[in-house]
Write a protein that binds this ligand. Structure first.
Ligand code: GLA
Length: 741
């Protein structure tokens, strides 16, 4: 049993292998959060000492005793306008002007299996081992009900949360904020780790102290965004990769989001997560229900590696539904950085021919194959082939590529439209624009109104035909601007605040239908690189193009940041040309290969520019990738260098789940004289076992490395480490393989 209710204490215990989560109904009926941390058999109610602080109001029942201010109590889900001045979980107003909600416990249910939420991706449980808890809270004055949903995945150390808000009154209620979860942590010194960036520099890990006041991690862009990923970690000051307490909260949502990390007047910390409340409102008629996106919460007292591993395993087995989680994914060549918009059949076939000779398994034709799309000013929306470029259509081209032994993949950007397109000319009202105002344009494109079912249906039928009529094995689903000008011609004025979230529901509906209809197609997500890299997208896309920055050096921090929350198998990474198209940097071919093998592997360059030596490197890289596929895709992943390291190299490691196969990769990121040997301490090995060095290959390294000892105990490699002699060159790298003997 992962969920227990202790009747006489009115307490709930949620237990996973390495965590306990405890709640209790107080004598006033408020639902208190008692504890989240290392498993304990104690009920931690003694921690919750009610106290009084001036100017922090008490519930009416406590007016004489003055203990238990709502402003100081650790609450599971907090209303507004009731004396809790911290960040509210939900903000609501009823037709008659009743603001806010004072939630009190009404009842609960414990169920086998995982609860589900409608219309949005959420965790599933195929094995039937999860349990769910539903706790009903109600505000007497407004009739607003909050059903708190908890899913407990014991072995995976994951607790999922979401909320069902129901209008239990006979008047309309408008939600102005609908948070997914609130976590009140006791006072202490915490750090916040979050993942920020910009286009071509996504998910840079930043660790900052939690200061008194509110720190916000958010996106108002209608997308989970390059700028701030919907994932935060709170950890103790002493927490590192291998030790220390850390808490993760990840939103399963791809739209505007907001996390507030609030350290209040007495030092306790509240983390609130959910849809961004700016440009959000939702009208609930009597009995109507609004369901929030889900949050994935995990706790580790074994440091950040264990926390990341929980997310990696959980997302792979309880979020991604694609058969490609288990099926082998082909090594691909993408036409974008090889040709950009400048291609025709001949050029694509030439790229395919060269790819086939090298052992590449799939050709992806990127942007530029449809409508009048010869640059990025026209054509989006017209998902029919440009016969000037591809005479006879897609079928003959695909046929020839298949005859070469390659699979064929295609690029689409369904949520967008150019004004210069047949679709826009036929349906100008299908774009998001505010009446009377010129819309803002980004990459000269507008956004389709996915809140309208007829737009979603049109896209479904169009894309369904494209996939049903052609032998397409892979789809790269792009989204190249953020959302503005929210106004839907399909909704009445009082529902215009629903457009951003209804857009997401429309998109999820479209993706759900298409991925169900075409389970054998490998879908890859993309949004100008990794601008929509989130757990909800991973339901449909087993891999996501991690960044439009393909520079191997830059990719090191982008992919490392991504690895804190998302599985390595979800990171799409390609070898590209040098000087790199985004930065002009030159890195060795082998270092580019090594870096791209920290994900789902491919190429993105003009193959006819390769030298004979580089061609043989490609063949070797592909052979290596196949040989190491399971280790990379399914093994445990460890960041061996963190922000506190010496800063002249980055190293990471894969260890097979049975601990018998080990691969360490290292890139020297700063060429410095007298750098000295590099000592890397391995992780995740069996301390008592012997490990043998299988191979040590260097790439772009100007000096031969002297031979070293070949056998070590796991303990020696983890505690003493492995020493790599000094490496000379510009971004040299090294791959070391060990096996258990
Ligand atoms: C986005 C993608 C690129 C490429 C272009 C095509 O920027 O991230 O990989 O597909 O669009 O327009």
């Amino acid at each position: 049993m992962s969920i227990t209710f202790i009747e006489d204490k009115k307490a709930f215990l949620l237990e996973t292998c390495h965590s306990s989560y405890q709640m209790q109904v107080s004598e006033t009926g408020q639902l208190l959060h008692l504890y989240y941390g290392t498993p304990t058999h104690d009920l931690m109610d003694y921690l919750c000492v009610p106290f009084d602080v001036g100017f922090s109001p008490n519930p009416y029942e406590k007016k004489l005793t003055r203990g238990g201010s709502s402003d100081l109590l650790p609450l599971e889900y907090s209303g507004q306008n009731t004396g809790d001045f911290r960040t509210a979980s939900v903000c609501s107003v009823r037709e008659d002007g009743i603001w806010g909600a004072d939630f009190r416990y009404e009842g609960h249910e414990i169920l086998d299996g995982k609860y589900s939420i409608k219309g949005m991706p959420s965790a599933f449980d195929k094995s039937g081992s999860a349990e769910s808890l539903k706790i009903l809270l109600r505000d007497e004055a407004s009739g607003l009900e909050a059903e708190l949903l908890y899913g407990v995945f014991d072995k995976e150390d994951m607790i999922t949360r979401a909320v069902r808000l129901r209008n239990g009154s006979d008047q309309k209620i408008t939600l102005e904020k609908a948070g997914s979860a609130c976590l009140d942590l006791p006072s202490g010194d915490y750090d916040l780790i979050h993942f920020h960036g910009r286009h071509t520099l996504e998910r840079q890990a930043e660790r900052v102290p939690v200061m008194t006041g509110i720190e916000t991690v958010s996106s108002k862009r209608g997308a989970s965004s390059h700028q701030q990923n919907p994932f935060v970690i709170l950890c103790g000051k002493d927490a590192g990769e291998e030790a220390g307490e850390c808490f993760g909260m990840m939103l399963v949502y791809s739209g505007s989001h907001r996390f507030d990390i609030e350290k209040e007047q007495t030092g306790s910390v509240r983390v609130s997560a959910g849809i961004h409340e700016e440009h959000f409102s939702w009208l609930l008629r009597p009995n109507e229900v609004f369901e929030t996106p889900e949050v994935l919460m995990t706790f580790s007292d074994r440091g950040l590696s264990a926390l990341s591993d929980s997310y990696h395993r959980f997302i792979r087995s309880h979020i991604c539904k694609s058969a490609y989680m288990e099926r082998k994914r082909p090594v691909l060549i993408n036409s974008w950085e090889a040709c950009y918009f400048d291609f025709d059949s001949e050029k694509i076939l030439d790229l395919a021919r060269r790819a086939a000779e090298l052992g590449i398994e799939m050709l992806v034709m990127d942007d530029g194959w449809f409508g009048k799309r010869i640059d990025d000013n026209a054509g989006l929306g017209d998902w029919y082939v440009n016969e000037d470029r591809l005479p006879g259509g897609l079928a003959p081209l695909i046929g020839k590529i298949r005859d070469m032994g390659l699979k064929f993949g295609i690029w689409v950007e369904p949520e967008m439209v150019n004004e210069d397109s047949d679709l826009y000319r036929a349906h100008p009202d299908w774009a998001l624009t505010v009446p009377g105002r010129k819309p803002s344009v980004s990459r000269n494109q507008l956004v389709l109104d996915m809140s309208r079912p007829e737009v979603v249906d049109y896209l479904y039928h169009t894309l369904h035909s494209l996939l049903a009529d052609h032998d397409i094995a892979y789809v790269k689903w792009d989204m190249n601007r953020h959302l503005t000008d929210f106004y839907s011609r399909g909704l009445p004025p009082e529902r215009q605040g629903e457009v951003p979230h209804r857009f997401m529901l429309g998109l999820y509906d479209l993706l759900e239908r298409l991925t169900e209809d075409f389970p054998d197609v490998l879908f890859e997500g993309c949004s100008g690189g990794g601008g929509r890299f989130d757990a909800a997208m991973l339901r449909y896309f087993p891999q996501i193009w991690c960044s439009d920055d393909t520079d191997a050096f830059e990719r090191l921090s982008i992919q490392e940041g991504t690895s804190y929350g998302y599985p390595i198998s979800s990171v799409s990474a390609h070898v590209s040309a040098v000087p790199n198209h985004q930065t002009g940097r030159i890195t060795p071919f082998g270092t580019r290969g090594l870096t791209a093998m920290q994900g789902s592997f491919g190429y993105e360059l003009d193959l006819k520019t390769l030298t004979e030596e580089e061609k043989s490197e490609v063949r070797k890289q592909i052979a290596d990738y196949h040989a190491l596929y399971d280790l990379i895709q399914k093994g445990s992943y460890y960041r061996l260098t963190d922000q506190m390291g010496r800063g002249d190299h980055k190293a990471w490691e894969f260890v097979s789940r049975d601990r018998s196969q080990v691969m360490v990769s290292l890139v020297v990121t700063a060429a410095r004289p007298c750098l000295g040997p590099i000592r890397i301490r391995l992780r995740g090995l069996l301390p008592e076992a012997d490990y043998e060095l299988v191979s040590r290959e260097t790439f772009g390294c100007g000096n031969p490395l002297p031979d070293q000892r070949k056998r070590f105990t796991g303990a020696a490699l983890m505690k003493g480490g492995y020493v790599l002699p000094e490496m000379f060159g510009s971004f040299p790298s090294c791959r070391i393989l060990f096996k258990k003997v």
